[in-house]
Design a protein around this ligand. Structure first.
Ligand SMILES: [Fe+2]
Length: 335
């Protein structure tokens, strides 16, 4: 606990709010939690402040004179140093249109007033933690092993990406892929759900079925993930895998509803491996399925969710006992 406190004390947040009483209240709550607070009364003042200060998070109202929160967010995101800074809107306006505008400009979270100090602090902490994880990831991108460890940690599903990679690699071997091809698949497997760091915690950790709206939000993770690794030259081969791992052979998947062989082949392999692991792992809302039931489910999705060639390769590996071996190796790593 002491360590967390020290870290929080060193973190500087910028609060932008035109209502003086609200500004004082927010500053007090956040200062009491150990943060250093910079304040601004409108977007323009905030932008001026950003020329001399580098806060680790911005919490901003939307409706303000001179420059509103949307314009501020847009200006911040255009600055090289502002592309990844966590940005939270705190506002009485909570219409769908506002949320859509905020999201399209790259806001990380949206809190609707009135808000309790507990809600405010938990949103701020969650975003700062995610930003830390992301910054750490950026530093470690050069090393694949480090990347895998980090991807596991970020996903809150330890070993998931390792198992998905294992399951995908046996199919790739069966298909006779060369090392370069299998390497791209490995990066894709490690990073496939990395975009989930952009999905609100409340959706990621929900113990139960998601609502339509939550599903829509969740389904943004492939595009978010592809965007996150865009521009890192040696990860370029992983981008189509990250982007298309939820497409379906019959064209009803997402994000682009690609069909059949229009779906990158690595993404078609990963889809089988990811689904097999999802079914054979415990989830918050159900226990792991028996591997043979998961296998039957994969078979039943031939030509629907999955490429028949991938299912055939999967079954071939299954009959040779390769999956049993991997499952045995992974016992105890069911998280
Ligand atoms: Fe995914």
């Amino acid at each position: 606990m002491a360590e967390v406190k020290t870290k929080e004390r060193m973190q500087t947040l910028l609060v932008v709010e035109d209502d003086p009483a609200m500004l004082i209240a927010l500053r007090d709550i956040l200062e009491n939690a150990g943060y250093v607070i910079l304040t601004a009364e409108n977007g323009q003042q905030a932008l001026n402040l950003l020329t001399t200060s580098k806060p680790e998070l911005i919490l901003s109202d939307i409706a303000m004179p001179v420059m509103d929160g949307f314009d501020l967010l847009e200006a911040v995101r255009q600055r090289p140093s502002g592309a990844t800074i966590p940005f939270i809107f705190l506002t009485a306006r909570g219409t769908r249109e506002d949320i859509f505008t905020g999201k399209s400009l790259g806001v990380d979270d949206y809190i609707t007033k009135p808000v309790t100090s507990k809600e405010l602090l938990s949103a701020v902490r969650a975003r700062l933690q995610r930003a830390d994880e992301f910054a750490m990831m950026a530093q470690l991108l050069a090393a694949k092993d480090s990347l895998r460890v980090l991807a596991n940690a970020i996903e809150n599903k330890r070993y998931h990406v390792e198992r998905v990679n294992d399951y995908a690699q046996v199919i790739a071997a069966k298909l006779g892929w060369d090392d370069k091809h299998r390497d791209a698949l490995e990066f894709g497997a490690i990073l496939h759900d990395i975009g989930q760091v952009r999905i609100p915690e409340v959706i990621l950790l929900k113990a139960g079925p998601l609502t339509e709206e939550e599903l829509t939000e969740m389904r943004k993770h492939p595009e978010e993930g592809a965007r996150m690794i865009d521009g890192i030259p040696y990860l370029a081969p992983a981008i189509p895998i990250v982007l298309h791992h939820h497409e379906r052979w019959d064209g009803t998947g997402y994000p682009h509803r690609l069909k059949g062989e229009d779906i990158p082949i690595e993404a078609r392999v990963l889809a089988v491996a990811d689904t097999f692991d999802a079914m054979t792992s415990d989830r918050t809302y159900r226990n792991a399925l028996d591997p043979s039931i998961a296998r039957d489910e994969i078979i039943s999705q031939t030509n629907h969710q999955f490429d028949p060639r991938m299912v055939e390769a999967f079954l071939n590996c299954w009959h040779r006992g390769e999956y049993h071996e991997l499952i045995l190796m992974n016992i105890g790593k069911n998280s």
